[in-house]
Design a protein around this ligand. Structure first.
Ligand code: SF4
Length: 463
């Protein structure tokens, strides 16, 4: 199979759009605001725009697109690392097989349950399972059982409702098994779309095969996993090329399956233990460029969930919430056992170092202060609103008919079960305000009714 990334075309567009007149930039921004998405050339023009005022307009436009599609809600999740063993050699990663310093670990099922319990008691309903590539110790049999253990773990405050997955690609058969465990989204990042750079940073192991990785989300779709997530590890190659190539991947999936990515993740390379390249990324992306690429992705793919991890520091994360991010992780630990181990000894052996070390309740406090509604919603996956059906709601901005009420119900539940007194007061004020902002009177009264039920002890309410 040949790559579907049109390298020549991307390079030509990047040359051609170096000096696009500001009036054309204006029209592109207006098109973005209208939720029509962007053509490759339009995205290239915005990526090359350096006019400060226009760049600020791009940020504002991205914020308004996010709000038109998803409203004020911000979905929260936590990663759960199953293993730190890996047979690949990715030069930027603390888990690479040559790294003799890192402690190696695959969680037992008892440990998976312990980690899950801690996360449930922290308020989480949605997890992202992460594992290194290690078919002998952490293959599909292990992953299937681990997911079963997570869904089966219950505490006095409920359980995990949705498990998303970020593990190595599989055959269509493997993906079918994964699908039948009841996963939400399957995520896989290409890391870099630039093939020579890919070869350089992935010198050995199955992951060194660029083409197999490029078509892995096709395999997942063929296996029936209709919510897939993609991403780039920014810093390995020119962010402008990567952003346009990622958009080509989006259009490829839309063309082949009629469904684009459910999520796009934007990890930026962070120092990892004993991985010199991660400390000196060859194409370090500045904060300004990073903000720009996040905003442009939001304008280009308005319907997608955009995920920001705890790689970024707290202040910068809060800033990015206003320009298109719709999902964030909180209280992350990036090594197996990180939540339930008392000694934190695995900290330095994490996959990368964390920028945001706030607890979940601190993140929730800050989100609320910035006017967003924290959401633990898992409704779409529960009612089968996935793939094309999800897109039919998300593309015209109709999904917030569900997102907003569900964010209020799950936030209310969080406040009652986990919220400290000061958060309760602020949280209730946000709920009142957001409830009043629901325009459809029927939805507003239905939400009010369900909020009352939550108040009276009802749990796990959603539309
Ligand atoms: S309603 Fe659907 S899209 Fe909205 S937050 Fe819930 S699960 Fe996500």
């Amino acid at each position: 199979m040949d790559s579907f990334i049109p390298v020549e075309k991307i390079n030509t567009l990047l040359k051609r759009t170096r000096d696009v007149p500001l009036r054309d930039i204006n029209s592109i921004i207006q098109k973005g605001i209208s939720l029509k998405g962007l053509e490759l050339e339009e995205a290239a023009a915005l990526l090359q725009c350096t006019d400060k005022e226009k760049v600020n307009e791009i940020y504002c436009a991205a914020g308004s697109v996010k709000e038109s599609v998803y409203g004020k809600r911000l979905v929260l999740f936590a990663p759960l690392y199953l293993s730190s063993t890996c047979i690949n050699s990715c030069l930027y990663c603390g888990f690479r097989r040559e790294n003799r310093v890192a402690e190696r670990n695959v969680l037992t099922y008892e440990e998976v349950a312990l980690e899950t319990e801690v996360l449930i008691r922290d308020g989480h309903k949605r997890l992202l399972l992460v594992a290194g590539e290690d078919p002998a110790r952490c293959g599909i049999d292990y992953i299937e059982r681990a997911i079963e253990v997570i869904y089966g773990t219950r505490t006095e405050v409920g359980g995990i409702k949705r498990v998303n997955i970020n593990v190595a690609p599989m055959s269509v058969k493997g993906f079918q098994r994964l699908k039948s465990t009841g996963i939400g989204t399957y995520q896989l990042f290409q890391e870099t779309y630039h093939q020579p750079t890919y070869r350089r940073f992935h010198p050995a192991g199955p992951k060194s095969d660029y083409i197999t990785r490029l078509f892995a989300l096709d395999c997942a779709q063929e296996a029936g996993i209709d919510d897939v997530g993609m991403g780039v590890l920014f810093g390995l190659y020119d962010y402008r090329f990567e952003t346009l190539a990622l958009l080509c991947h989006v259009r490829h999936l839309e063309g082949e399956f009629g469904v684009g990515p459910h999520t796009i993740s934007v990890p930026r390379i962070e120092p990892a233990s004993n991985s010199p390249i991660s400390k000196h990324p060859p194409y370090k992306v500045s904060d300004e460029s990073f903000k720009k690429l996040v905003a442009i992705l939001r304008l280009a793919v308005p319907y997608t969930g955009m995920i920001l991890s705890t790689r970024e520091d707290a202040i910068f994360r809060d800033e990015l919430l206003n320009i298109g991010i719709s999902q964030i992780s909180a209280n992350s630990k990036t090594y197996p056992g990180g939540y339930s181990r008392k000694d934190n000894s695995g900290n330095s052996s994490g996959q990368f170092l964390l920028g945001d070390k706030r607890t979940t309740s601190e993140v929730i406090n800050d989100i609320s202060r910035h006017g967003f509604t924290p959401s633990f919603c898992t409704a779409c996956y529960r009612v089968g609103r996935t793939g094309r059906e999800f897109m039919d709601y998300a593309k015209p901005g109709q999904i917030q008919r569900f997102c907003l009420p569900n964010s209020l119900l799950t936030f209310k539940e969080y406040l009652l079960d986990f919220g400290a007194d000061n958060l309760q007061k602020a949280g209730e004020a946000i709920i009142r305000e957001q409830l009043a902002s629901i325009k459809d009177q029927k939805i507003r009264s239905a939400t009010k009714k369900k909020l009352k039920e939550v108040e009276e002890g009802g749990r796990d309410m959603y539309f």
